[in-house]
Design a binder for this molecule. Structure first.
Ligand code: ADP
Ligand code: MG
Length: 255
């Protein structure tokens, strides 16, 4: 954690695309073990912030500290290795691979076999393969997809694809999970299942940053909420405080 006891701190983060400041001096403090909602009108910079936190973009200014280390400027793979996992706004699965294979892809980095082990099918390699399958199966079980392990990802109903993405992200054994609009396009029963899933993830001690348009979802499961508007954080607090904030109401009505 940081000096202030936070799992993650973003300090004065600026992300400039040409003449556009998609993020303008954004400050974010995420306490360990919480669900933090990130809301704001379309184009306000939510996904950009997630891309900066995961190293897809290097911030133009500012810094990000995670678990006591400065991670801004590091490569996505090294940030993932530090324990930040994510899902994407648009589902990104390997459609022709089965559900369990999609989870296995996310796990391969945690295993130590080198190329020679793989070529010669060494005992280490076979043992690791077995362990990886067991772990992938237990991740599918965790998100309620055990029965669909051998279905091709593209044949799963959309709501299940979203859960599969979460299982794959959890394979990284993250301490922080970023979810970019996980409820988008889901039916009401799917959303209910998703909300239960996010609570279960938090109960396992994983901190969550949740970008979401469904206000009832964010407000019901977030401990704290930040609001972005035109790249700036205009409000932050408990769900009830944020919901009654006039700046927030104006941003949504004006947006
Ligand atoms: P949100 O997720 O809140 O809807 P985004 O973070 O996707 O918003 O986008 C914020 C702003 O940054 C938008 O104006 C968008 O067009 C712009 N933007 C995002 N990514 C890029 C990029 N790679 N190049 C140029 N502009 C971008
Ligand atoms: Mg977005």
């Amino acid at each position: 954690v940081t000096a202030n006891g936070n799992l993650l701190e973003a300090r004065d983060v600026v992300m400039q695309f040409g003449g556009l400041k998609a993020l303008n001096k954004v400050q974010l403090d995420i306490a360990k073990g919480t669900v933090h909602g990130l809301i704001g009108p379309n184009g306000s910079g939510k996904s950009t912030l997630m891309n900066v936190l995961t190293g897809i973009y290097k911030p133009t200014e500012g810094e990000i500290e995670f678990n006591g280390k400065i991670i801004s400027g590091s490569a996505p793979s090294s940030i993932a290795g530090e324990g930040i996992a994510r899902t994407f706004q648009n589902v990104q699965l390997f459609g022709e691979m089965t559900a369990i294979e999609n989870v296995l892809v996310g796990l391969h980095h945690t295993y130590r076999s080198n190329t020679l082990d793989v070529i010669f099918h060494t005992r280490r390699c076979l043992k690791e393969k077995r362990e990886a399958r067991i772990r992938a199966a237990s991740l599918l079980q965790f998100v309620g997809l055990a029965d669909l392990a051998n279905e091709e990802a593209r044949n799963l109903p959309y709501g299940k694809q979203r859960l599969l993405e979460i299982a794959r992200a959890l394979g990284l054994n993250p301490s922080l999970l970023l979810l970019d609009e996980p409820a988008a396009g889901l039916t009401a029963p799917d959303i209910k299942e998703l909300v239960g899933m996010i609570q279960k993830i938090r109960d396992h001690g994983i901190t969550v940053i949740l970008i979401e348009h469904h206000m009832d979802v964010v407000m019901s499961i977030s401990d704290t909420v930040s609001v972005l508007d035109f790249g700036q954080k205009i409000a932050e607090g408990k769900p009830a405080e944020v919901q009654s904030d006039t700046k927030v109401i104006e941003a949504y009505l004006g947006g």
